[in-house]
Design a protein. Structure first.
Length: 181
C-alpha cells in the first residue's frame, strides 16, 4: 500500500479484500530518510548506516537509535536534531515542490524487489504484528518475510507501544464508523 495513513489503510485493505499479504511502505520511507539524515550529520555514507524507524508512519514513528550502527559500530545518535530534521521534512517538501519526487517510489520499488524475491534483505514495512499493522523490519529471503525487530531500549519500547495504541484506536474508530470488520 502506498497511501496515508499507511498503517491503518494497510490493515483496512487486508480486512476488506481478504488478501493474505498486504504491506505498506511508510516506515521504509521513514527509515531511508533517517539513515540519510544521520549519515549527513555524521559525515558518513547512507549505505554505511544501519538503523530503523518503526511503529507508525507519522508523528509516532520510533527512531531505533539504540540499535543504530555506522560501519558496524554503535554510534551516539543526536536524536533531537535528527527528529527535528525528519519532522521538518514534509513542510520543506511542501514549500519546495509541493510533493515528493522519489521517496514513496523508491520505497515501493525496494518493497517490491524484496517481496518478489529479487532481493534478499531487510525492508521496513507496515505489516501485521501483535494484532495491529505497524511499520516493522521484515527480513526477506526469496520473497518470504520474517519479522526482524531490533532490540529497543525502554524509551523506544514505550514509543512503539504508543504507536500501537494510536494505530489500533484509529482502525477501531474507522471500522466502527463504517461497520467494517
Amino acid at each position: 500500500m502506498v497511501t496515508n495513513p499507511v498503517d491503518v489503510m494497510s490493515r483496512l485493505f487486508a480486512t476488506v479484500s481478504g488478501c493474505d499479504t498486504v504491506l505498506g511502505v511508510g516506515s521504509n520511507t521513514d527509515s531511508a530518510r533517517y539513515r540519510l539524515a544521520l549519515a549527513r550529520h555524521l559525515g558518513a555514507t547512507a549505505s554505511s548506516v544501519q538503523g530503523h524507524v518503526i511503529g507508525e508512519h507519522g508523528e509516532h514513528a520510533v527512531i531505533c537509535a539504540s540499535s543504530t550502527t555506522v560501519n558496524g559500530q554503535s554510534v551516539q545518535v543526536p536524536l533531537e536534531e535528527i527528529r527535528a530534521e525528519l519532522s521538518q521534512r514534509p513542510a520543506r517538501i511542501n514549500a519546495g515542490i509541493g510533493r515528493t519526487r522519489s521517496g514513496p517510489a523508491g520505497a515501493t520499488m525496494s518493497a517490491l524487489t524484496h517481496a518478489l524475491g529479487i532481493t534478499d534483505g531487510v525492508s521496513e514495512l507496515s505489516a501485521p504484528w501483535r494484532g495491529v499493522w505497524l511499520g516493522i523490519p521484515l527480513h526477506f529471503t526469496a520473497g518470504h518475510p520474517t519479522v526482524s525487530m531490533p532490540s529497543l531500549n525502554p524509551s523506544e519500547a514505550a514509543q512503539r507501544q504508543a504507536a500501537e495504541t494510536k494505530v489500533r484506536t484509529a482502525f477501531d474508530h474507522i471500522t466502527q464508523e463504517t461497520r467494517i470488520r
